[in-house]
Design a protein around this ligand. Structure first.
Ligand code: FAD
Length: 300
C-alpha cells in the first residue's frame, strides 16, 4: 500500500480521492462510520458550490467518490503507527498490521463530556451529544441543551421545531455563537435561556428525569425537569495513540502547518486533528488534497 489514511471524515476521504487520482493506492482505516462529524448535521450551507446538502449526503458523496476511484476502506480503529528504519510504516489495528510508504493522520476531533456522575450510563437514556441524531426521540418532551457555541445554539433551534420546551443552559451571559443565530433562538416561544449557570447534577431513575443547574453568581440551585440533555460543549482531539509518533501541542492537536507536514517525515496531518484556526469542511478537504499530494511525493 502506498498511503494509509487514518480517519474517513472529510479530510481522510478527500485525501483518498487525491491519492487515487495521483495513480497511487490508498487504504482508509475508520474506527466508526464513514463521514466523521458532519454526518451529525442536517444542513450544510457553506460548502462552496453546494447551496444546501445534508451532512450524511455530503459524506456519502465523498465516500462513494473515493471508493469508485479505487480506495480501499476498512472499518478498524488504528491503535499504533510504527515507523521502520527504511522510512516506511506499519499501521496496527486490533486485528491487522498494514505496511505502507506514507501515513496521513485525519482523525478529527471527538465530543467533550461534562464529567458528571452517571453521565456515561445515561448515554442513550436521556444524555446525548448529538441533537441531530437523537432529537427525534424527544418529540413533544421537555429537554435541555448545554453550551454556548454555534453547535449548542443550532441544536436548541433544531429542537424547538418539535420538542415541547427547551432550556438553553450556558455558563456565561454572552454566547460565542453567531449573533444572528442567537437572536433566532431568543425569539422562540418554547425556549428559555438559563444563563450564568452550570449543569451540576444529572437526576435519574432508569432514565434522565431532570438536571440540576447552579447559578455561578448566586450559587442558587434549580432543578429542571427534562427527559433529554444535549451536551454541546465542544470537541477534543483524539491523538494520544500517536503521541510518540508526532509532536502534539498542549491541547493534543498534531503540530502541523498549512503544508500538513508533521514532525516526522512520511507522516502528514489533515483536517481538524491538526493545529489550525478554522476547522470546517472546506479546510478539511483542502488539507486532504495537500496531505495526499505530499504523501504521494514522499512515497516515491
Ligand atoms: C454538529 C456539527 C455541524 C457542523 N456543521 C458544519 C457546516 O455546516 N459546515 C462546515 O464547514 N463544517 C461544519 N462542521 C465542522 C466539520 O464537520 C469538521 O470541520 C469536519 O468534519 C472535519 O473533518 P475531519 O475529516 O478533519 O474530521 P472528522 O469529521 O472528525 O473525521 C475524523 C474521522 O476519523 C476517525 N478516527 C479518529 N481516530 C481514529 C483512529 N484511531 N482509527 C480510525 N479512525 C479514527 C473518526 O471516527 C472520524 O470518522 C460541523 C461540525 C459539527 C459537529
Amino acid at each position: 500500500m502506498d498511503v494509509v489514511i487514518i480517519g474517513a471524515g472529510t479530510a481522510g476521504l478527500s485525501a483518498a480521492i487525491y491519492v487515487q487520482r495521483a495513480g497511487k493506492s490508498a487504504l482508509v482505516l475508520e474506527g466508526s462510520a464513514y463521514g466523521g462529524q458532519i454526518i451529525n448535521t442536517l444542513d450544510v450551507e457553506n460548502y462552496p458550490g453546494i447551496k444546501h446538502i445534508s451532512g450524511f449526503e455530503f459524506a456519502t458523496g465523498l465516500y462513494e467518490q473515493a471508493v469508485e476511484l479505487g480506495a480501499q476502506v476498512e472499518f478498524e480503529t488504528v491503535l499504533q503507527v510504527e515507523p521502520k528504519e527504511d522510512g516506511t510504516f506499519t499501521v496496527k489495528t486490533a486485528d491487522n498490521a498494514y505496511d505502507c510508504k506514507a501515513v496521513i493522520l485525519a482523525t478529527g476531533v471527538r465530543r467533550r463530556e461534562l464529567g458528571l456522575d452517571k453521565e456515561t450510563e445515561l448515554v442513550g437514556k436521556g444524555v446525548s451529544y448529538c441533537a441531530t441524531c437523537d432529537g427525534a426521540f424527544y418529540k413533544g418532551k421537555d429537554v435541555a441543551v448545554f453550551g454556548g457555541g454555534n453547535t449548542a445554539v443550532e441544536d436548541a433551534e433544531f429542537l424547538t421545531r418539535f420538542c415541547n420546551k427547551i432550556y438553553l443552559i450556558h455558563r456565561r451571559d454572552q454566547f460565542r455563537a453567531d449573533a444572528a443565530e442567537v437572536e433566532k433562538v431568543r425569539e422562540k416561544e418554547n425556549l428559555e435561556m438559563v444563563l450564568n449557570s452550570n449543569v451540576t447534577a444529572l437526576l435519574a431513575e432508569d432514565r434522565l428525569t431532570a438536571v440540576e443547574v447552579t447559578d455561578k453568581n448566586t450559587l442558587e440551585k434549580r432543578v429542571l425537569p427534562v427527559s433529554g440533555l444535549f451536551v454541546a460543549i465542544g470537541q477534543v482531539p483524539s491523538n494520544q495513540a500517536f503521541a510518540d509518533l508526532v509532536e502534539l501541542d498542549e491541547s493534543g492537536y498534531i503540530v502541523a502547518g498549512e503544508d500538513c507536514l508533521t514532525s516526522r517525515p512520511g507522516v502528514f496531518a489533515a483536517g481538524d486533528c491538526r493545529t489550525k484556526k478554522v476547522r470546517q469542511l472546506t479546510t478539511a478537504a483542502a488539507d486532504g488534497a495537500i496531505a495526499a499530494l505530499a504523501a504521494c511525493s514522499y512515497s516515491g
